[in-house]
Design a protein around this ligand. Structure first.
Ligand SMILES: [Zn+2]
Ligand SMILES: [Zn+2]
Length: 330
């Protein structure tokens, strides 16, 4: 079977990979439909993720159809599934406290264990979830990235008219916007890219948008940082109302903030990493299943996986929302 292999940072190739024929225990073999390219895939590609290992098969936002099952699997052939791409041990202290997202023994597909940008992919059924029939593939491929937002926004209370600033309007920013909009918040989207802001205004006429300089001096109940940039984090802290909350989703390597401001204004900072599987996946599916929950604006382009070079280039450019690799034939 064909699959992508990242030999070392910057060296990605499409090659014939060995295809396992005998499945163990409760493993399932998935024929891929779509794979979403994530910011973390790009970090691994650029060699900017310290815990990444090489060579590695990239890809963790995966949906597909089960085509084979191991002797102890409870899944049925022919069912569509989404992959939960971060392992958890259920034995470490964090897992035992119900925080599988920060499992001490976590392995992440496409980062430090082979991922699934390939025609077929094998994984334990522990890490797959059925996709309900009413969820089309183009929505189902967002279950994983949206689970990140579901998890993050559970740390705060968003109700009608809560003022929310979302910094960074990439995939995660747009998904946060979609959820906050669904919860009737009063939203401001902030990005350095004017075209992205324009698209948001077209899709959500009642969402405010602005460049970072446009929102100077404004204050919000909740600030959500998804850009992962020093400047957006530093500005984000300034934008939080006294007594307000900031949720950090983007991974900012380093920044300098006036701690006295955080203390005096009694600002709460929440870090949020991935999700608790499977519950956050289930919640993500429940939202996406709702007819009124529109995510058409999130996926920008779909490439056949053999066009991976162009797909990675577009994903790296920062000019688009989600870029998908398509594995199924029409
Ligand atoms: Zn992802
Ligand atoms: Zn654990």
């Amino acid at each position: 079977m064909l699959g992508l292999l990242l030999n070392k940072p910057g060296e990605l190739e499409l090659k014939e990979l060995p295809s396992t024929t005998i499945l163990q225990d409760n493993e399932v073999k998935i024929k891929l439909i779509y794979g979403g390219i994530c910011g973390s895939d790009l970090s691994v590609f650029k060699g900017r993720l310290a815990h990444a290992t090489y060579p590695i098969c990239p890809g963790h936002e995966l949906i597909g159809t089960i085509i084979e099952v191991g002797p102890n699997s409870t899944f049925e052939i022919g069912k569509r599934v989404v992959v939960m791409p971060n392992s958890y041990c259920d034995e470490c202290e964090n897992c035992r406290k119900g925080r599988r997202n920060i499992c001490e023994n976590k392995k992440s597909l496409g980062v430090n264990i082979d991922g699934g940008f390939s025609e077929e992919f094998i994984i334990s059924e522990k890490y797959v979830m059925l996709i309900p029939d009413e969820l089309p593939n183009e929505k189902a491929v967002l279950i994983e990235p949206f689970a990140v937002i579901v998890h993050a926004l559970e740390k705060v209370l968003i109700t009608k008219d809560t003022t929310v600033a979302i910094i960074g309007c990439g995939t995660e920013g747009l998904l946060a916007m979609t959820l906050a909009h669904h919860l009737n918040a009063s939203i401001t989207g902030i990005d350095i890219n004017k075209e992205k802001l324009e698209k948001i205004r077209n899709f959500f006429p009642n969402i405010q948008t602005g460049l970072p300089e446009d929102v100077k001096g404004e204050l919000f109940d909740i600030v959500i940082e998804t850009a992962g940039a020093r400047s957006s984090f530093e500005q984000g802290v300034e934008l939080v109302k006294p007594g307000g909350v900031m949720v950090l989703i983007g991974i900012v390597p380093e920044a300098t903030i006036p701690i006295a401001h955080v203390v005096r204004k009694e600002i709460t900072l929440f870090g949020s990493i991935i999700y608790n599987a499977p519950c956050d996946f289930q919640k993500s599916i429940d939202y996406l299943k709702e007819e009124s929950f529109k995510v058409d604006q999130i996926v920008s382009k779909i490439y056949h996986f053999s066009d991976y070079t162009k797909a990675y280039e577009d994903a790296t450019s920062g000019n688009y929302g989600k870029i998908l690799l398509k594995f199924k034939e029409e």
